[in-house]
Design a protein around this ligand. Structure first.
Ligand code: GS8
Length: 218
């Protein structure tokens, strides 16, 4: 592998976007390698034989898997600028707790919205909004989740924003009407080049999800 840093990724993945944002925040040059998840490459299978999922960060030929692990690795290796993790152990624990909440509730919750219909979908939308409100409450009146500086939890959550339009359109509801402060935070994050350049256009994500829904026969 010619490049010291390679990211195995897929453009529409909110997990892959996390790694992209972190690398951009740190100013790390890397090779972006788009993966076909319908036909996994020998490189992906070799680098992530356990989960066989993207993203995988390959640094000096060694793989790092799982987006939250990747974020922490990037933060520790390129520690000369843009710290992502709070320094305080308690704040660090809190950030990890909420990132885990996002992975468990927001990812699965969002998926439920576009894979169900009728009463099930209504329930999925309610749960999703309830969980976003929990996060909005955690944000409070702060600029970012960690306070004044953009950090780990902002990276972990903001990538879902690129999927919100698809959830809204396919679920026929408005996230902004329910969680205005969270949307204002997401827009604040998007003012950063690291974020705006790492997130695909919402319409493109919608087209992708719509296509997937059709392929799945939903
Ligand atoms: C999730 C990665 C994931 O779901 C992380 O990195 O944080 N917990 C992991 N990757 C998906 C694409 S995004 O939905 C993936 O690679 N799927 C391929 C498959 O499941 O076969």
């Amino acid at each position: 592998m010619a490049n010291e840093v390679v990211l195995l990724d897929c453009w529409v993945s909110m997990f892959g976007m996390r790694a992209r944002i972190a690398l951009a925040e740190k100013g790390v040059q890397y090779e972006y390698s788009e993966q076909d998840l319908g036909n996994k490459s020998p490189l992906l299978l070799k680098m992530n034989p356990i989960n066989k999922k993207i993203p995988v960060l390959i640094h000096k030929n060694k793989p790092i898997c799982e987006s939250l692990v990747i974020l922490q690795y990037i933060d520790e290796v390129w520690n000369d600028k843009a710290p992502l993790m709070p320094a305080d152990p308690y704040q660090k624990a809190q950030a990890r707790f909420w990132a885990d909440f996002i992975d468990k509730k927001i990812y699965d919750g969002g998926r439920k919205i576009w894979t169900t219909k009728g009463e099930e979908q209504e329930g999925a939308k309610k749960d999703f909004i309830d969980n976003l409100k929990v996060l909005e409450n955690e944000l409070g009146d702060k600029t970012y989740f960690g306070g004044e500086t953009f950090g780990f939890l902002d990276v972990a959550l903001v990538t879902f924003y690129s999927w919100f339009y698809a959830y809204e359109k396919l679920g026929n509801f408005s996230i902004e009407a329910e969680c205005p402060k969270l949307i204002a935070w997401a827009k604040r994050c998007l003012e950063r080049e690291s974020v705006s350049k790492s997130l695909p256009a919402s319409e493109k994500v919608y087209d992708f999800v719509y296509g997937m829904k059709q392929r799945m026969g939903i």
